[in-house]
Design a binder for this molecule. Structure first.
Ligand SMILES: N[C@@H](CCC(=O)N[C@@H](CS)C(=O)NCC(=O)O)C(=O)O
Length: 224
């Protein structure tokens, strides 16, 4: 099989894919996308991801962009990323798409406000903060999100980094994971997994990457 190559930048959305690949124990190579020189917008990179976004995974079926698409491709090809019981699997699928379609885009508005407004950034960030808080409360209260307490699956690998980034980016003191005890407990479990330990080393994420995250100190490249 053609090898898997992850185009990544430390502590970017490629982290989600790295966690999933390591969870599956799949061999893969990495190619750094140099955020410092905006290499995600280089013509060569745009041929594999015309959105100019990270991650991209090179696979035997071609280059795949969009985090959720990559996770679903990995599940389809190798299995092991989604819970097995029918009900849990359906619920995990629903929440996986929700994370990719609803939570992550709201975060992008928080983290890349210039992309979404020509006006005052705070005018965008204030309602976006409230929206993210509503979304996290909704997930926290969800009766059908039992994947949060189960063995890690695709939505877990997606959610844990998003919780991390809320704490690090988008301005000071707007987010405290302790306000969501169920999600805090989830984050605690996630940072005790082997894929998280590996990512702490490969991406310089620190000892508590999900419950008490600090800006990364990666061996190569930069997060922004
Ligand atoms: N919808 C995309 C979002 C990916 C995304 O937001 N990537 C960020 C890094 S975390 C990025 O490439 N930022 C660089 C930029 O916006 O120029 C996906 O799921 O892959």
């Amino acid at each position: 099989m053609t090898k898997l190559i992850l185009h990544y930048a430390p502590d970017n959305a490629s982290l989600i894919i790295r966690l999933a690949l390591d969870h599956l124990n799949l061999p893969f190579e990495t190619v750094l996308v140099d955020r410092a020189s905006a290499a995600q917008r280089d013509p060569a990179y745009l041929t594999i991801n015309p959105n100019g976004l990270i991650p991209t995974l090179i696979t035997p079926d071609g280059a795949i962009f969009e985090t959720t698409a990559i996770l679903l491709w990995l599940e389809g090809r190798f299995g092991g990323l989604m819970p097995t019981g029918d009900t849990t699997r359906t619920s995990a699928l629903k929440w996986l798409i929700w994370i990719g379609n609803t939570l992550h885009p709201s975060q992008r508005m928080m983290f890349y406000p210039d992309t979404y407004t020509d006006g005052d950034i705070e005018d965008l960030r204030a309602p976006t903060r409230r929206r993210i808080a509503r979304l996290l409360t909704l997930l926290s209260d969800a009766k059908d999100a039992d994947w949060l307490e189960a063995a890690p699956s695709a939505p877990s690998f997606y959610l844990a980094p998003l919780l991390r980034w809320c704490a690090i980016y988008g301005g000071d003191h707007w987010f405290d994971l302790a306000d969501y005890p169920r999600l805090f407990a989830f984050a605690q479990r996630m940072e005790q997994t082997e894929p998280a330990f590996r990512a702490m080393r490969t991406e310089g994420l620190g000892a508590h990457p999900f419950t008490a995250p600090k800006p990364p100190n990666p061996p190569e490249g930069s997060a922004v």
